[in-house]
Design a protein around this ligand. Structure first.
Ligand code: SF4
Length: 464
């Protein structure tokens, strides 16, 4: 520890979060008031560090368990490959795994690596292709960072940075991802701390503070740095994360099969005091209040000729391209408008009509006829802090007169759009909310079809 760090620690000793002595989070069982045991009455940073003996046995037990029990995941099959190939695979998988479950990531990872097996391949892609490949994983900023990072690495000679400090210069690579790549691919002895590691260390040291508290996180980084194995840093980091992901889970830890149970202070306290549960450590994080937003999506289906319409038969769907910068850059979606709040059908249609007129010159009666227009339902799409309610309507129309010429020109001012056939829709990389809206329309139509004698939908002519 440098003098600077030491002074900072000394100054902060009194301020240091006394994680264990903080009021415990509410649990089903009420706790009796009791004097903290020796192991609980600790305020100093040294107390969340491990003794040398413990470090040795924790390393050995965890690595032994990891060698026997680790999950077979595609990015781990690159173990024996070139370090640079391994680094790229770790990078892609770690970015995908942020906010996404392992089971979901596996298929996306395999598809990605098939298309762009190296950082050089990825650097030659376009952002639109990258976003299409990412469609369904959400949080598209991650995809853009991967793409920009690949271009940066190639621009600077094509060699993958090998240390945490050099990896941190790549867009989107933070302390966690840098530590994972440097330790797993290049053997740098550095720790890695994610939510799983925070939980495991908080339990091993019976820290009941808020796991999102930056002070607590800083302490966990220090404890993880002490634990990391000197000869197998990458495997050790993965073992610690694997323990949190598979055994030391948030609500149902399997302590009886845990390889480090005899080092676990939370378990030891809970055995001594039945009012304490291991899941009390760390405290439950406080959830950020979600913002409620609303939008109306119009699935515009354009018939080739008027008469009958079965979804996708002789018809095309109007898609709008999002700007090349910002959220979901370059992806295609149905025309949509933001709403101020809950809105009834006529208010939503007014907003949609105004959008179609302004952006596409589509004026009912003037250049198209409404063949059918129905509200098919709504669904909730959740982003990190936003709960978006999306109303979906299906508008079937037939262009006439000047209207039919509109769609020969595929661009209007800054808006790019296109009409695609049903079969093309299924092969495009569409965001999950676009897929959901389309699936709702399909389901709605299928319901109507099954209740009619013919598979061909009767067309109901409506007033605009
Ligand atoms: S003994 Fe239980 S609580 Fe402690 S680290 Fe192992 S699984 Fe987690």
């Amino acid at each position: 520890m440098s003098d600077g760090e030491k002074n900072e620690n000394e100054e902060n000793v009194k301020k240091k979060t006394d994680f264990r002595r903080k009021k415990k989070p509410t649990t089903k069982r009420k706790r009796r008031s009791r004097s903290p045991s020796k192991s609980e009455a600790v305020v100093d940073i040294e107390d969340i560090m491990f003794s040398i003996d413990n470090v040795q046995t924790i390393r050995a037990s965890l690595l032994d368990w990891y060698d026997r029990s680790r999950r077979d995941l595609p990015w781990r099959s690159l173990d024996k490959g070139e370090p640079e190939t391994r680094a790229y695979g770790v990078w892609v998988s770690e970015i995908m795994l942020q906010q996404t479950r392992v089971q979901t990531v596996v298929q996306f990872y395999n598809r990605w690596m098939l298309k762009w097996p190296t950082v050089q391949h990825l650097s030659r892609a376009s952002l639109e292709e990258v976003n299409e490949m990412w469609a369904g994983l959400g949080y598209y900023r991650r995809a853009r960072f991967l793409f920009e990072g690949a271009k940066m690495i190639v621009k600077e000679g094509g060699r993958f940075p090998k240390t945490v400090s050099s990896l941190r210069k790549i867009p989107g690579i933070g302390e966690y991802t840098a530590g994972a790549i440097a330790s797993i691919a290049f053997g740098e002895v550095v720790p890695v701390v994610d939510g799983n590691v925070i939980r495991v260390i908080a339990r091993l040291k019976a820290i009941s503070g808020n796991p999102k508290d930056p002070k607590l996180i800083k302490q966990v980084w220090k404890a993880a740095a002490q634990l990391v194995d000197l000869s197998r840093p990458g495997d050790f980091n993965q073992a610690l994360m694997e323990l949190g992901a598979t055994l030391c889970t948030p609500t149902n830890p399997s302590c009886s099969t845990c390889p480090v149970f005899d080092h676990c202070e939370a378990l030891s306290i809970s055995k001594r005091d039945s009012s304490v549960l291991v899941t009390d450590y760390p405290a439950k994080g406080i959830k950020t209040k979600q913002r409620h937003d609303y939008s109306a999506v119009c699935v515009v289906e354009i018939l080739e000729s008027q008469g009958t319409s079965e979804l996708g038969q002789s018809s095309r769907f109007l898609l709008v391209k999002r700007p090349d910068e910002g959220l979901l850059a370059g992806l295609w979606e149905f025309p949509s408008v933001s709403l101020d709040g809950e809105a009834d059908s006529s208010t939503r249609r007014e907003s949609i009509d105004s959008l179609l007129s302004k952006n596409f010159g589509l004026e009912p009666k003037k250049n198209f006829e409404i063949v059918n227009r129905e509200d098919v339902g709504d669904f909730i799409h959740v982003f990190t802090h936003i709960r978006l309610k999306i109303y979906v309507e299906h508008l079937v129309l037939c262009l006439k007169g000047e209207g039919s010429k509109l769609f020969r020109k595929q661009e209007k001012k800054s808006i790019l759009w296109k009409c695609v056939e049903n079969k093309v829709m299924s092969t495009m990389g569409l965001t999950s909310s676009v897929r959901k809206a389309y699936a709702m329309v399909e389901k709605f139509q299928a319901g109507k079809t099954s209740s009619s004698s013919s598979r061909v939908l009767p067309i109901k002519k409506q007033k605009s």
